[in-house]
Design a protein around this ligand. Sequence first.
Ligand SMILES: [Zn+2]
Length: 308
Amino acid sequence: MVATPVTPAFASAAAVGGQAPGYYRMHIGRFEVTALLDGTHPFPAEKLAVGAKPGQVNELLGRQDLSSPFEGMINAFLVNMGDKLVLIDTGAGNLYGKDGGGLVAAIKAAGYTPDEVDDIFITHLHEDHAGGLMIDGKPVFANAVVHVSKLDSDFWLDNANQAKVGALLKPFFPAIQKVVAPYVVAGRFKPYADDTPLLPGLTAIAAPGHTPGHHYYLLEDGGQAMLFWGDTVHMLPVQVPDPKIAIEYDWNVPLAIKARETALALASSKGWWVAGAHISFPGIGHVRTAGGGAGEYRWIPANYTLNR
Ligand SMILES: [Zn+2]
């Protein structure tokens, strides 16, 4: 028997590692939506789930060939509305260490600059949604006005409320107060009351539960719509099939479950696009009923497009 000669290697290179800055573009009517990846981090789903049966979290994750902890996203979304450049959430900035802080690189890779952002709409004042207002101790957005529900700003900017939350959420108070401070001083922090019109084509929808003032943003144009639903879902493979499973970060678990059930029912019945902060990048897809028990849903990720 003759041995097969080994083909010589003409080049060898060390694996480079890393990814490109994450952005993904699509359109809602005449509006351009760019999903931006701030970072990813191992999410201890089993530890943080509330109300799951023993073994249920890993069983649901296992259906997607995942187990706890699984890699979670920190997404934000840039919307070019023609006359305004709008950012929905800002990622974690430095508040999640090396796991976050990719937002500015993603904005630049997508062809924009932070200075061009006119308005920032925060779904809720958690570290991984507002932390990116500041990087390395400096405000990132030189011209933007920051908007958030008054209910959330009243809650997180008042240290008296620290006593009302669990140990996990207490450090959010000083962290959030620090990143919004330069915008407050500059007169560019503008909390809104419920039912305040935002911009033509962009509406805030109150969805309290995850935080007192958690809001969705609905973008509509030309018969199309996208719901930016913030933290309605942290663990997509777990909370879409079973919306009754909550998370330790929820301020009010029953209200958070109700908000999730309402959002899933609305998004599936209306056929809206959904854009989620912690759904596998770009975090955009549709919700459909699963056809099993009542209140069970499935997620259909957006089909990739070069978007010519
Ligand atoms: Zn949150």
